[in-house]
Design a protein. Structure first.
Length: 357
């Protein structure tokens, strides 16, 4: 079985940061960061260390919530619960060993990334977000009304997801139900759950999200060969180096620049300009660099200095290994409930019923 680790951020009201810190210390609960959140009416944000799906993590969460309850922390409509799921699988650690080390700080915060494999493929993330958006109305019934169309956890856009070709395209912004702005730090943030210091509520939401990811990975996609849209970097070279200046000129979005223009701007010889083009190809990929020959521009052999143009595309297509959705006969159903245990399913149905009263 594969595991995605997770981080939990609990927002509370009514008790100061210093009191929460002191209470956790007195109780011997290690590993949490307690800090200001910046949201009006939220007095403290308790950031748990990265955890993995195991009994150790559940018991640790219970101990944190017990302390928050004992010191008098409360929840108001401004409070949220944010869950960060690693965008890559845990490797070389058992969930219990990873969790224990993370809580004890024997694994530095940077180890959150070092202990994980390659990030999730774009196709997997797109499917997860598509399934979430597809049943947004159902998800809304799982939470208090304050978490529906909330400006800090806005609903996802179906059209934006459908038209996306990259992780960057999928990113709606920070204040959405699913936030991809934490991607570079190794996580996907789920923001819709309301504030709570009830460990079971938190745990059941984490289990729901983990299953959402697991189901897509195991039942809806497969390794394959597909066309991938890649963005070229804005500054892969030192900005004001000669090759950096040439790269910026070639990536101007206006069909590139001539050899002569590059020579004039950099003081390089024609031979050095061509050598830099090869260096750029090696850095960003052959498919990203286009040579517009003098013949294509209406010239004849020998006119290359003025008529040959070099262009770096801002994005380009390449064929490579990756994931693709399974065909209609083999793909698992898109339901957000697919693959959930009976226990988790029944918990949420009971929760939906209670909120509807």
């Amino acid at each position: 079985m594969t595991y995605h680790t997770f981080g939990i951020e609990i927002e509370t009201a009514g008790v100061s940061i210093s009191r929460v810190k002191n209470a956790l210390e007195r109780a011997g609960v290690r590993g949490c960061q307690v800090k200001p959140d910046g949201t009006p009416s939220v007095d403290a944000e308790i950031v748990l260390p990265p955890l993995a799906d195991c009994q150790v993590a559940y018991e640790y969460l219970q101990s944190v919530c017990n302390v928050l309850d004992s010191v008098g922390c409360s929840i108001n409509t401004s409070c949220g619960l944010h869950v960060h799921i690693s965008n890559a699988e845990l490797r070389d650690h058992s969930p219990a060993a990873y969790t224990g080390a993370s809580i004890a700080h024997t694994e530095a915060r940077g180890g959150f990334l070092a202990s994980h494999g390659e990030p999730l493929d774009f196709v997997i993330v797109k499917d997860i977000m598509h399934r979430y958006e597809r049943q947004q109305d159902t998800l809304n019934t799982m939470f208090a009304r304050s978490r529906t169309n909330n400006r800090y956890c806005a609903p996802l856009s179906a059209s934006k997801i459908d038209s996306a070709d990259t992780i960057r395209d999928l990113d709606h912004g920070k204040f959405y139900a699913i936030n991809l702005q934490t991607w570079s730090r190794g996580t996907i943030e789920f923001r819709q759950h309301g504030g709570t210091i009830d460990a079971d509520k938190i745990w059941n939401w984490v289990q729901f999200i983990l299953n959402l990811i697991r189901w897509t990975k195991t039942e809806r996609v497969a390794n394959g060969t597909r066309t991938i849209v890649q963005d070229t970097p804005v500054t892969p070279f030192r900005l004001f180096s000669r090759v950096g200046v040439q790269y910026t000129m070639m990536r101007n979005g206006n069909g590139g620049v001539s050899t002569r223009e590059i020579m004039d701007a950099t003081g390089c010889s024609e031979q050095r300009v061509r050598a830099a083009v090869s260096e750029i190809r090696a850095r960003v990929g052959d498919g990203a660099v286009i040579t517009h020959t003098q013949q294509a521009n209406g010239g004849s052999y020998g006119d290359g200095t003025d008529l040959t143009r070099y262009e770096v595309l801002t994005s380009f297509e390449t064929t490579g290994g990756g994931y693709e959705l399974l065909d209609d006969d083999n793909i698992g159903i898109a339901s957000i409930w697919a693959g959930t245990s009976d226990e988790i399913f029944e918990y949420w149905q009971d929760r939906i019923e209670a909120l509807a009263r």
